[in-house]
Design a binder for this molecule. Structure first.
Ligand SMILES: [Zn+2]
Length: 213
């Protein structure tokens, strides 16, 4: 399996004005080889469609493999799981890496990158999110919690919480708390680490926490 960056030029018609664009479509993004691509992903400049004719800017999510050779991390981005996707993931299983993850959207992809940048374990972060749900119970009574995402500024970690009506909130979390959760759950993680591609999200963490599997 070739881990180097690959892209094709594809014609894409603007959904608003119809103007045809030639877009780069990356099947593999290797950020150890091309660090500037990581910045583009994080700044929403890579998975995006922009039409200079009518000004439309829209996210463009497609199947793509994000490879960080230095960190031994492979993030398989796919909005849907087709038979071809499964076959492709099987091929990528042959590549040696310590963190293999499947993500279904750009926010989750970016979150995994930020977590790795802080040398944290995404599985611990998902356990932390579940523990924070208790704090959010009151707000969840009359609003829909859409997502919780890890973010950071300097040495301060945050959870960004996204509510349907109330909008975005920010909960600071400390490195000490991270280490406490790590201490409490490292045993449970160790026994489930099979080295294969996994979707690590709140559902994954919840299943382990409440022993649903
Ligand atoms: Zn347009």
């Amino acid at each position: 399996m070739d881990k180097l960056t690959r892209f094709t030029k594809e014609e894409l018609a603007c959904p608003k004005c119809g103007k045809v664009h030639l877009c780069d479509r990356y099947s593999v993004i290797n950020v150890t080889e091309k660090p500037e691509l990581k910045e583009k992903v994080l700044m929403n400049k890579l998975f995006v469609f922009h039409c200079e004719e009518c000004g439309l800017t829209a996210p463009l999510t497609y199947e793509s493999v994000y490879v960080d050779t230095k960190r031994k991390m492979i993030l398989y981005l796919t909005p849907e799981m087709t038979d071809n996707t499964r076959k492709s993931i099987d091929q990528w299983e042959k590549v040696d890496a310590s963190h293999k993850r499947i993500v279904t959207n750009l926010n989750d992809l970016k979150e995994k990158i930020l977590i790795a940048d802080n040398l944290l374990d995404d599985r611990i972060v998902e356990f932390m999110k579940i523990e924070h749900l208790k704090q959010l119970e009151k707000e969840m009574k009359d609003d829909n919690l859409l997502n919780i995402l890890f973010d950071y500024k300097g040495t301060q970690y945050y959870f960004m919480v996204f509510f349907e009506k109330k909008g975005i909130g920010r909960i600071p979390v400390s490195p000490e708390y991270y280490r406490d959760v790590e201490h409490r759950y490292s045993g449970k993680i160790g026994s489930r680490n099979n080295g294969k591609f996994q979707e690590i999200d709140m559902k994954w963490a919840g299943d382990i926490m409440f022993e649903r599997n």
